[in-house]
Design a protein around this ligand. Sequence first.
Ligand code: NDP
Ligand code: 2IT
Length: 447
Amino acid sequence: MSTRDQIEAIYQQVLTRNAGEPEFHQAAAEVFESLQVVLEHRPEYADAALIERLCEPERQIIFRVPWVDDSGSVHVNRGFRVQYNSALGPYKGGLRFHPSVNLGIVKFLGFEQIFKNSLTGLPIGGGKGGADFDPKGRSDAEVMRFCQSFMTELHRHIGEYTDVPAGDIGVGGREIGYLFGQYKRLTNSYESGVLTGKGTSWGGSQVRREATGYGAAYFVADMLETLGTSLDGKTVVVSGSGNVAIYAIEKVHQLGGKVVACSDSSGYVVDPNGINLELLKDLKEVRRERISAYCDTVKAATFTADGSIWDVACDVAIPSATQNELDADAAKVLINNQVRVVAEGANMPTTPDAVQLFRDAGVAFAPGKAANAGGVATSALEMQQNASRDSWSFHYTDERLAAIMNGIHARTIETAAEYGKPGDYVHGANIAGFIKVADAMVALGVV
Ligand code: NDP
Ligand code: 2IT
């Protein structure tokens, strides 16, 4: 059988075995696209059903999460933890609380996480979890009760050497606090390394909050350097206005770029003078308001409810909200507006046809598993600090993060060239991420 036919047969099996999970199929197809060239160089990876094993999570946990709201009504949500692959280390990956969460979404995120975590060069396996709980409009007390109920089941399955969750959409410092408090109570042990993204006064790492956004901006800076230029004076659009977006904006500004637009699920804001970050942090991190409130303070800014943030002309686009938020129509507009670099701050925000359009137009495009790996990498640094009961300075941790992103960029570019796809960050990231996990799986035997 040709390598193409081998890959196609495995993909068909993935579709059949995981019916009704389009996001997972999409994530698998994107990695499979790169595996043909790998199998041509390294046929041994087709042995021992290695790719088939990689596609099947080691363990999938689905559980009921009952909780009581402030008015006394009882709600039931569904909780998930997909422990995908532990060849390189304990399962590691975030928890997402959003009404759209289902098993297919958690599997797509967990699958991506395997290769992302591998690319960081740090000893972490891949996993992901979450719940179809919508924190929007809920009081702190309701969010706390939900987190406590969620952890009451999850605690049996996690641990510093087993599985180490962190944040993702809808899960930030507040939620990690409630989750850690309940874990500590249930286990009667202060096991700092069981969760990352903790507050800095109770075992968290400096820079973890900033890490995904900062890391994406460092990656963009490296991409621009490869093109012979820099962020200085560049116009940038960052979608979303959550954890990733806010700190991507902060670092882009520090590196001399100007972010002129950001968004949330209600629409987008354009500020021609550059997004006022102190205001944005106050709106989103403290007051938890909608993005349109930005225009109440900044009169030069405009809010658009119906439309696409990608209509805003820019040199650099950093989609940082959610999956499939940048489609082919948006890609055409960006290309027409002469975008030079697109780097995914979110996981899989760009649809496959949009990625192809960027490739064909010669736009440098970095997939999330490379560009947003700074968050999980800094989580691994948090685990290191917890294991040694140490805590590093902001400056030192940020230097480590920058060096890790620099290493991912270099490895991605080198691997793409080595496998005959120079400049293709998608192939470079998929192949470099895959090979490290595959070699470990071969070494560990059929387990
Ligand atoms: P947050 O919850 O902090 O922010 C999410 C942002 O995206 C909000 O502005 C939200 O708007 C918007 N958004 C979410 N879902 C949708 C949707 N369905 N349609 C439109 N807008 C949406 O999450 P993060 O910033 O942590 O995560 C953003 C992305 O980055 C996700 O893809 C996540 O998987 C990825 N990521 C996160 C990492 C981390 O360390 N946190 C690490 C690596 C990747 P609204 O408030 O209106 O819902
Ligand atoms: O998608 C991701 O990489 C994250 N949400 C962060 C995971 C982590 O364990 O820090």
